[in-house]
Ligand binder design. Sequence first.
Ligand code: NAI
Length: 350
Amino acid sequence: MRVTEEELKQLIINKLHKAGLQESHAETAADVLVFADQRGIHSHGAMRVEYYAERIAKGGINTNPDFRFEKTGPCSAVFHADGGNGHTAAKLAMDEAIKMAKENGVAIVGVRDMSHSGAISYFTEQATQVDLIGLTVCQSDPMAVPFGGAEPYYGTNPIAFAAPSSEDGKSMTLDMATTVQAWGKILHARSKHESIPDTWAVNGNGEPTTDPFDVKALLPISGPKGYGLMMMVDVLSGVLLGLPFGNKVSSMYDNLAEYRKLGLLHIVINPEFFGGISGFKKDISQSMDDLNNIKPATGFSKVLYPGQNNDIVIEEYKNNGIEIVDDVLEYLRSDVIHNNQYDNKDPFAK
Ligand code: NAI
């Protein structure tokens, strides 16, 4: 079903507020979730609301956190999220990183003890909207095998990077998990009793599997290289902040009554302190054009710049409304807060 941006946002705010989240935090969460749906990143959009509502209702997100911003140097800081809503904490931490990078050229701000933060290019876009480069990485619960391993160690540990262009608020944006596919895709295949490609996941012996019911862990992108990127993300957003790391990162589903202690790191760079912002933005626009003009390979109609696939979806949804799965929209429009379907119910990696 199609829905307007305004209605979708309001439905999410209402639901999360009703579950117990304070209004301003519900507004940020809705903003981040709608940002994802608007770009076609539905795995991190409105379909997550019921999970968040259940966690909030059961006490697993601090609805009255003592957010504290601790400046540790001219370009460094730690944002203490106190078990609070991850979208809000990460957004506020990026606001602070932006101020520091405007003044000092660079900023590195870690966020500690937060809950899930959604599609993290939302935060890098905060930076590009004000002419800065944004890089955000964060931890997620262990569900990927290390290269050569038969049991999970790292999470899907995503990386977002965005550089502003001179073209009307547009940026080149990479926003990706470091696993080949998200766990949601395995669940989707299970629900449809379809097989999966043997490049996505492994069974309990670490062997590639095409049976979604046999999956015990996900595979990193590009073997040891993706595994190395997962390690980098875990070091920067976990170990660096003194947080649980590797397979000790708290699970999304194990205990919905317990605050999560996830870490995230924003790195913001101000091009004005390097080659100057106007030349930088002009060159990024040039790269976007160059890429679009590269001869397409057989089977492709055009080369897109990183993130352009999402920009195309935004344009389509702007004209026709955002496409949301019927069940999700029905839940959002109902009076139900949650259906008690997530707590300790996810069989992943068990
Ligand atoms: P994806 O595989 O859909 O896209 C990855 C990247 O490839 C994107 O930057 C996209 O713009 C680019 N891309 C796709 N098709 C393209 C094309 N034809 N030409 C040029 N570029 C193209 O993303 P993935 O890995 O499924 O991640 C989805 C979301 O999940 C992300 O927003 C990520 O932040 C989020 N995530 C969040 C986590 C958290 O704990 N907060 C954990 C894991 C993922």
